[in-house]
Design a binder for this molecule. Structure first.
Ligand code: C2E
Ligand code: CA
Ligand code: CA
Ligand code: CA
Length: 280
């Protein structure tokens, strides 16, 4: 047993060293990623129950020269810890709005409400956040009502006053807000009314369990009826098949996003979706 323990410890240490080395390599590569133009954006369609395109969620991709394609679930938290997330977030906002301006000039379909951009809590917490968003809107000449900022539940429970003030300020400029991954955070529902929120995005974990877990059914039902009362839209994430779509539609959720409709696509394909009046 003693032998085993010692070996176990050694393996554990080796594993730790590999992790530390990996992390260091990632941080180094991330530092140069903005400078070397290694980021790009993809766009995932959001659709209504008739299959009409109502929006795109903007998702960040990083193809590193040294590391290949690194998923955002891996590098976003590290960018946050390194303190460079607002630089990265600015790049996303600016580039997404430039793309939106191109689409705006081409002429948008009537069903299209705009693009959704993920905002990191660290990025939102900066005093300069509101000014930065207004500046990007002015520089790119987009219509601000076409901008939907996705924030998380967790952000609404800390510094309530300053978070609310920033949101109201942007709301006055027609910018919209969605709560991302709704239901996974601090689901105290009372605080929601303090903030100018337009939409709740039902987390994909509830959708995934929909056909076999009655609890998920109840949770989604509750979210939808609450949203109705509060005059909020509800969009379900991670819809992967027609069964899930149909159950959601029956429950009263009429907005969807997920692989069943489309994976995230390049700007060129997104343009085709927009201009070709594609039905999903
Ligand atoms: P999220 O905001 O919850 O984004 C949804 C994620 O689910 C995306 O993963 C999307 O590709 C994936 N997805 C969409 N439909 C389906 C489906 O039907 N099934 C399954 N299994 N997955 C689906 P992705 O692009 O890897 O992004 C992961 C997370 O990284 C995002 O989760 C978001 O939290 C973060 N992220 C992505 N881009 C940005 C960004 O520009 N800024 C910030 N701050 N975070 C970002
Ligand atoms: Ca999101
Ligand atoms: Ca989400
Ligand atoms: Ca998520």
């Amino acid at each position: 047993a003693k032998e085993k323990g010692r070996n176990g410890f050694r393996f554990y240490r080796q594993e730790m060293q590999v992790q530390v080395a990996e992390r260091a390599a990632l941080e180094k590569a991330l530092h140069s990623a903005v400078r070397n133009d290694e980021f790009y954006l993809v766009y995932q369609p959001q659709v209504n129950k008739n299959g009409r395109l109502i929006g795109f969620e903007v998702l960040l991709r990083w193809f590193s020269e040294e590391l290949g394609l690194v998923p955002p679930s891996r590098f976003i938290p590290i960018a946050e810890e390194m303190g460079i997330i607002d630089e990265v977030g600015y790049w996303v906002l600016d580039n997404a709005c430039q793309q939106l301006k191109t689409w705006q000039d081409l002429g948008l379909p009537a069903s299209f409400e705009g693009i959704a951009i993920n905002i990191s809590p660290y990025q939102f917490a900066k005093d300069s956040f509101v000014g930065t968003v207004k500046e990007v809107i002015e520089n790119t000449q987009i219509e601000p009502r076409l901008l939907d900022l996705e924030i998380t539940e967790g952000m609404l429970v800390e510094n309530i006053a300053s978070v609310a003030e920033k949101m109201w300020h942007l709301k006055e400029h027609q910018v919209r807000f969605s709560i991302d991954d709704f239901g996974t955070g601090y689901s105290s529902l009372r605080y929601l009314q303090h903030f100018p929120i337009n939409q709740l995005k039902i987390d994909q974990s509830f959708v995934r369990d929909l056909s076999n877990d009655p609890n998920s059914h109840v949770i989604i039902n509750t979210i939808v009826s609450m949203a109705d009362h509060m005059n909020l839209s509800v969009l379900a994430e991670g819809v992967e098949n027609p069964i899930e779509k149909n159950i959601l539609e029956k429950i009263g959720c009429a907005r969807y996003q997920g692989y069943y409709f489309s994976k995230p696509v390049t700007g060129d394909i997104a343009t085709q979706y927009l201009c070709g009046s594609v039905s999903f």
